[in-house]
Design a protein around this ligand. Sequence first.
Ligand code: GAR
Length: 195
Amino acid sequence: MKRVAILISGGGSNMVRLAEAMTGDYPARPVLVGANDPSAGGLAKAAAMGIESFAVDHRPFGRDRAAFEAELLRHLEAAEPDIIALAGFMRVLTPEFLRHYAGRMLNIHPSLLPKYPGLHTHARAIAAGDAEAGATVHEVTADLDAGPILGQARVPVLPGDTPDDLAARVLVQEHRLYPAVLRRFAQGDRRPVFL
Ligand code: GAR
């Protein structure tokens, strides 16, 4: 049984879906939820699900990423996670931090990578006139949003879509994709899942 820590920055809907999936014969369990923002809505949801949670506010650390990450690491290490799942975690992590979890950290990104790494993915897909959009789960490496792809889900871009319309359509698929990918990954199977 793999121990999973989930990092969030906001509402945590992906975190909730992951945690809900991790029961029965699922090969992993949620052991910790962390946020870089004490007001992240997902923290209360984690607590309501009985999952230990913590926040390390990144703001007092200013540009001192190393100090912020040392604090983050202190919390994570205490929970002895096998896998770290980033689920809407909006801080870039340094290569030094990532080295602790090389090959053991996943992220979900709201685009069909390698298209649109970074921010504003849905607005960019609409502006480009793309017929399809989606989400990707990938292994986290030092290259932002560019690690090996572990799964993708696709949705159509519809005429008149706003970025919010598209984000909502993609999010529904994120909630199916991430638990499916984590299940495989926890079994040591890195073949990508395509939905
Ligand atoms: C999700 O759409 C996720 O793909 C995205 O943030 C949202 C978090 O929603 N992640 C990124 O943009 C990562 N760069 P949630 O808090 O409801 O899971």
